[in-house]
Design a protein around this ligand. Sequence first.
Ligand code: P53
Length: 478
Amino acid sequence: TKQGLKMPDNFLWGGAVAAHQLEGGWQEGGKGVSIADVMLAGKNGVPRVVTDGVLPDGNYPNHRGIDFYHTYADDFKLFKEMGMKAFRTSIAWTRIFPNGDETEPNEEGLQFYDDMFDALIENGIEPVITLSHFEMPYHLVTEYGGWRNRKLIDFFVRFAEVVFDRYKNKVKYWMTFNEINNQTSWKDPHPMLQNSALKDYSEDEAQELMYLASHHEMVASALATKVAHEINPEMQVGCMIAMNPVYPASSNPKDILFAERAMQTRYYWGDVQANGKYPNWLLKMWEHKGFNIGVTEEDKEILAKYTCDYIGFSYYMSWTVSDTGDEWLEYDETTNHGDNPFLKQSDWGWQIDPVGLRYAMNWMWDRWQKPQFIVENGFGAYDKKDENGEVHDDYRISYFQNHISEMEKAVVLDGVELYGYCPWGVIDLVSASTGEMAKRYGFIYVDLDDMGEGSGERSKKDSFNWYQKLVKSDGVDL
Ligand code: P53
């Protein structure tokens, strides 16, 4: 085995999931229909189709998840056996406010998470909770047009206040909006719906709508942070950023400049949420494009005053760009990427880049000066069971060894402050981008296929034992 660097004793070695990708029980306990409930399964290279409401014969994998709604108590025993100290999941907004615009919450939904958090705490596992993880009430899309509508700020803050108050003695670590910056790819309808509940807009208005919706989300996030601290000053409320570094394809200064603008474009959300204000280049760009985002003086004050407590982030891959010759340096995430000759890709075309994690942690530390929390990192792969029914996922172990080793250097050698590490999909679940079960991330195998066929039985992969040893040794036994 490899030798790692010892991490601090209180470091939160954990695992991460999101409600809509594993709970199932989509109509139980008074739950409303979420945007994940109207997404059909796609496949590797085949995007997921969003339907107009729920169609009778569609294959909607998020309706089933891995039935965690009923199995969590047993699953937590396996988590404990693995040594997990933290578990990141989300609260499905639709279990608490089924339509999103009610004034009173649904008690059955609140009770469900009370029981779940109790079960976690009994197993010595700290809950880490995301408020909005790609699973907003569908009603907010059809009735209000999603986050383009300022009314959503009130709905979100009400939801946040209810759960902060209810779980104030059980949950310390929170995040507001999952991967808020995925909508950098505003030409792709998928993040527009998942992040901002935007549907039915014209191509010409997409980019402006994205900035408008994001503005409302960031004001809502700041107000939620304010409320959290009023309820319990101990609570830590993070932003949540998808960290995919964008590199210049060469040392040509034009490529360097363009890549820097790509970074500024992808991470301005962090600038607003951590530093409390919009960067000048973006204000200039809005002016140039004639965008009217309607940032009020009051909004500015809120953003400046209630910045996030920490930077939650996911890390899977890095990208490469070359200068396009555009004077305004406009970065188009859907067309500007090239392959990096130094890196290999997963079966889904995600470039594997462990060193980029150390680079990114240093870059964020310098820019935002806030503690960090890696709340996703992992390797989606086709796992095969051998004749004894075992999964030997050495490729996954090696992905984790290489990434964790760079994370440890960022902390121990570079001094970046890091709360913890929660690998994604600690138990197999439905993929967000493709809706497949076949794209597996877990240390724990779940016997279910893309159509939801299978026993649902859980079993340990080789990576389970590997992670258990790693945690026991505080990161030394890599
Ligand atoms: P899946 C795109 C790029 C990077 C991460 O992704 C992304 C996405 C959106 O799909 O999402 C995060 O399941 C997300 C999780 C998701 C995980 O990464 O598409 O926060 O919900 O499951 C992995 O392979």
